[in-house]
Every structure is written in structure tokens, then in C-alpha cells.
Design a protein around this ligand. Structure first.
Ligand code: GLU
Length: 508
């Protein structure tokens, strides 16, 4: 019988979720939804030493912000919980015991200090110490000690670990759904720790047992987990649960903008872009890392950008809604090689999604920025302003940069424009124009323009010589939307006031 597709996103709460982690969650989500399946969130917190307070909440909030809402998982309910591994602690021991019983794993009693010694000795010989089939027979474990001694050590409460006994010289071959055929020889692999005497499993055992118990059909995870795959395959085999084994897919790395090396949080700091979905404040160091959300990205832009990091639809299409992504997503179109991250492209996506939004929606998003500055405005007026300038914006915060002069008179004037356009007779001309503007009764852009043009023609003044200085007086610079629209929106008194102020202030 065809199994229902079930995938999981299984982060460890060791810090904020990197954008690569969000992409893993996204691809899992898309795959699940495409196949009418379930998307689970499992928190892998077996390594309590690496637990970071707030990380789990951060993960959940990030997923919600991106619209990747799990069907089951920590914070989302479900039949096969608990979904936090530390709460599943009692479930794992029987699997570790089963492996021991059947000779697939063994107890090891070597202390951390002893193993450190071996590491140092190996280093001195420019070698790397590995607990494996070449060394295990000379170490302190249930393969070398008598069974009485093993029992005695266990009974006395001595610390131990359970290690997987990697079989000798076997080729583990698997069809990765992204990479195709991948093969490993077990002679290259070490005897990983599966379980510790404090009753806690390690990542490998907990991950496999949980994928099994949670009926996971497909494991879609980062490339860094590919070396663990042969061990996981062997665990399924040794536990006698191979028929429930999921299919594996390993996603390509996300590379630095320059194309070489894995994208790291330091790249973000250096080049001024976020690598985390949300702002993260490190509670220990007090450092904070910027997030896409707080930097003003729309979640749909972030998700669209992430989807194309390592996947393409095979068409020219670049803009995808979540539904379109679900429709088009296919693991076979995920690339094997690393995907270069381009921060400019992220902005480009944001710009696109901003342009898609109505003036009414943008006005609503812009309002808090105004309120924070103590400025009040009518919704209708805001919509009008936003409609005029949105084309120049990538982010909602750009609306202020592009439109501040609608709400506040300029406090200074652009030097360059002043020097090149403010002539000895400019003030006099502008005085005349402000007197003219006093006479305009219908304060509408069209009417102002007509009166102004007629006056200019009569005076035979060049438009350029007057328009740029007026703009300078009204907005403080030389660019912006239509001048007469600005006049209309800021009102007659304000327009005339600003022109007069510029004439009084600008000294050549
Ligand atoms: N806990 C692992 C991580 O932090 C999960 C790897 C996997 O998906 O198997 O990414």
C-alpha cells in the first residue's frame, strides 16, 4: 500500500534558524503539500549542552511568519507526540538494548580523558583518532572486556556509551532523490555513539527511531547530513525496520554571494544583509543579528527567494505564490551543486511584492512609521501619496524616504542642486511666484499648473530656472513626484510658506 507522504523538519534548538534551515523547512513543506501529505516539526534537543533558550520559540515563530505551518509538532499538536525529543527520552532505550542484544552495538567505557589522550597521540603522528573497526579492539568496551566485567561495570553505575558496531567492508548504496546514486564503504565510517548512560540517545539513534515512529516517508535535509545517511540506513537494517525506511534527499548548500564557501552569519554582518528570518538577540552575549522580517522584507518575497535557492521550475517563471510553489515543486529539479545567494535578488523580490500591493494596503503598512514620528494623516491622503511614489520603493520604510516632504518641511537643502540651480535672481522670481500662487483659488494640481504656466509664458522665464528651485524649496532636493501634485497635497499655505522660507534661508 502507498504510504501517506509524511516529512519532518527537525531542527536542534541550538540558536536562531539560519535561512538555510528555513529553506529546508520550505522544501519539506512544499513536498508534503504537493503530495497531499503531512509536514511535522520535531525539535531535536537530545544534546542538552547545546540548548539555547528562546531558540525553539524562534523556530516556531519563523515558520509561522513564512506561512509554513506544521500539521503536527511542537506547538501544533498531533497524534504521535511528544514531538520534542527530550520528552521522548524513555522511548529510546529499548532500541539501544535491541541493538546490543543482536550484536549491532556495544558498550564502551573509555573515559573522555582517555579518548583525549588517543586523540593527542594520533595528532602527534599527524593522524586522526577514530573509534572504529581498526581501533575498537584495543579500547575499553564490551568487545574487549569479559562479560562479567561489563556486567560489573554496568552494575556499579559506571558511565558508558553505546556505540554502533560499524560492519566491515560493506558498500551502502542509496538513490538519493536529489543526488542520485550515492555510495559509502563502511571501512571509512566510525562507530558513532548512539546512547549515553544518562539515558539520553544521541542525534543518530533518536532521529532514526523518531522517523520510524512518526511514519516519516521522506527525509529532506541539508547536505551536511549526507555522511550520516549510511549509519542511518544501517540502523534501520539492524533494528529490523528497513521496510519503513524513508527515502533520502540532501539539499545543496547555500553559498556566499561571491560564490565560494557556505553562507555564514558573518557574511551578513560584513555585507549588510540578514541571514536569519527574524531578528535574534543572543541572551548570553547580548549581540543581535538582523532578520528579514525586521529589515522589512515581506514573507512572500523571502519565501519566493528561498525557493529558488537550489530549485527551479524548469521554466522562465520567477515569481511564485506559495500555491504556485506547491504546484510546481519537484525534488528532481533541486540541484546538486551549491546555490549562490544574491542579496540584491532578495531586494528585487521584495520590490516586486511591494509593487503588487495596493496603495490602500501599503498605506496601512506605512501608518505605524508615521505614528511613531508623531504624524497623523488621513487614509485617503496616504493612499494618494503612496500611489505616487511606490514605484520608487523596495521596502515599506522607503515610503518615508520618498515621501517625507509631504509630512514635514525640508530642514535642509541639497547642496549640489543649490549651487547649480539657485541663481542671484532666483529668490526674486520665487517671490513673484508665491504671490501668484496666493491668487489660485482652486488648489488642485491641474489648476495650479495652468496658472503657473500662463505666468511663465507671459514672463518669458525658462521653466528649468524656476521649477528646480521650487522643488528644492518644497522637498529639499531635486527629485520626487510631480511638482504640482506635491503642491496640491501639502496645501496652499504650506507651499507658499516653504517657498518663502527657502528664499529667506538660501544664501549664495
Ligand atoms: N537535528 C538535525 C538538524 O539540526 C536534523 C537533521 C535531519 O534532518 O536528520 O538539522
Amino acid at each position: 500500500m502507498e504510504r501517506k507522504v509524511r516529512v519532518r523538519f527537525a531542527p536542534s534548538p541550538t540558536g536562531p534558524l539560519h535561512m538555510g534551515g528555513v529553506r529546508t523547512a520550505l522544501f519539506n513543506y512544499l513536498f508534503a503539500k504537493k503530495h497531499g501529505g503531512d509536514f511535522l516539526l520535531r525539535i531535536e534537543d537530545t544534546d542538552q549542552n547545546r540548548f539555547v533558550p528562546g531558540a525553539e520559540e524562534y523556530i516556531i515563530e519563523s515558520l509561522k511568519w513564512c506561512g509554513l505551518v506544521p500539521d503536527e509538532g511542537v506547538g501544533f499538536g498531533g497524534e504521535l507526540g511528544p514531538y520534542r525529543q527530550s520528552e521522548r527520552k524513555p522511548m529510546y532505550k529499548k532500541y539501544a538494548d535491541l541493538l546490543i542484544e543482536n550484536g549491532f552495538a556495544y558498550y564502551a567505557f573509555d573515559t573522555a580523558e582517555e579518548l583525549d589522550e588517543f586523540r593527542k597521540e594520533a595528532e602527534a603522528k599527524k593522524e586522526v583518532f577514530s573509534y572504529d573497526l581498526h581501533t575498537r579492539n584495543n579500547l575499553k568496551n564490551s568487545l574487549t572486556l569479559s562479560s562479567e566485567e561489563v556486567q560489573a561495570r554496568l552494575a556499579s553505575g559506571e558511565h558508558y556509551v553505546i556505540r554502533f558496531k560499524m560492519p566491515e567492508n560493506r558498500d551502502i548504496v542509496e538513490e538519493d532523490l536529489i543526488r542520485g546514486r550515492v555510495s559509502f564503504n563502511t571501512n571509512q565510517l566510525d562507530d558513532k555513539v548512539l546512547f549515553k548512560s544518562d539515558g539520553m540517545p544521541t542525534y543518530h539513534l533518536a532521529n532514526v527511531v523518531d522517523d520510524h515512529l512518526m511514519n516519516i516517508t521522506h527525509v529532506i535535509r541539508g547536505e551536511e547530513w549526507l555522511p550520516s545517511m549510511p549509519l542511518h540506513i544501517l540502523l534501520y537494517e539492524s533494528l529490523g525496520i528497513s521496510e519503513t525506511r524513508p527515502r533520502f534527499s540532501h539539499l545543496p548548500l547555500i553559498l556566499k554571494p561571491e560564490g565560494k564557501g557556505k553562507l555564514s552569519k558573518r557574511d551578513g554582518d560584513k555585507m549588510g544583509f540578514p541571514v536569519f528570518p527574524l531578528l535574534w538577540k543572543d541572551s548570553v552575549t547580548g549581540e543581535s543579528y538582523r532578520g528579514y522580517r525586521e529589515d522589512g522584507y515581506f514573507p512572500e518575497a523571502f519565501v519566493n527567494m528561498l525557493a529558488l535557492l537550489g530549485w527551479n521550475s524548469g521554466t522562465e517563471q520567477e515569481f511564485f505564490s506559495m500555491d504556485e510553489l506547491i504546484e510546481s515543486f519537484d525534488l528532481s529539479r533541486v540541484v546538486k551543486s551549491g546555490a549562490r545567494f544574491d542579496p540584491e535578488k532578495a531586494k528585487w523580490f521584495n520590490r516586486h511584492y511591494l509593487q503588487q500591493k495596493s496603495a490602500a494596503e501599503l498605506a496601512g503598512l506605512f501608518l505605524p512609521i508615521l505614528t511613531e514620528k508623531g504624524i497623523t494623516a488621513e487614509q485617503q491622503q496616504l493612499e494618494h501619496i503612496v500611489g505616487m511614489i511606490k514605484e520608487r520603493c523596495e521596502f515599506v520604510k522607503d515610503i518615508w524616504t520618498q515621501a517625507h516632504f509631504f509630512f514635514q518641511a525640508p530642514e535642509s537643502y541639497d547642496e549640489k542642486t543649490m549651487k547649480s540651480k539657485w541663481k542671484p535672481d532666483t529668490a526674486e522670481k520665487l517671490q513673484a511666484i508665491s504671490e501668484l500662487l496666493e491668487t489660485v483659488t482652486e488648489w488642485k494640481a491641474e489648476a495650479i499648473k495652468e496658472t503657473f504656466s500662463a505666468f511663465m509664458t507671459a514672463k518669458e522665464w525658462g521653466f528649468g530656472a524656476v521649477m528646480v528651485p521650487i522643488r528644492l524649496a518644497l522637498v529639499g532636493g531635486s527629485s520626487g513626484p510631480d511638482l504640482f501634485e506635491i503642491c496640491e497635497l501639502i496645501g496652499k499655505t504650506e507651499t507658499i510658506g516653504r517657498i518663502k522660507k527657502a528664499c529667506d534661508t538660501i544664501q549664495l
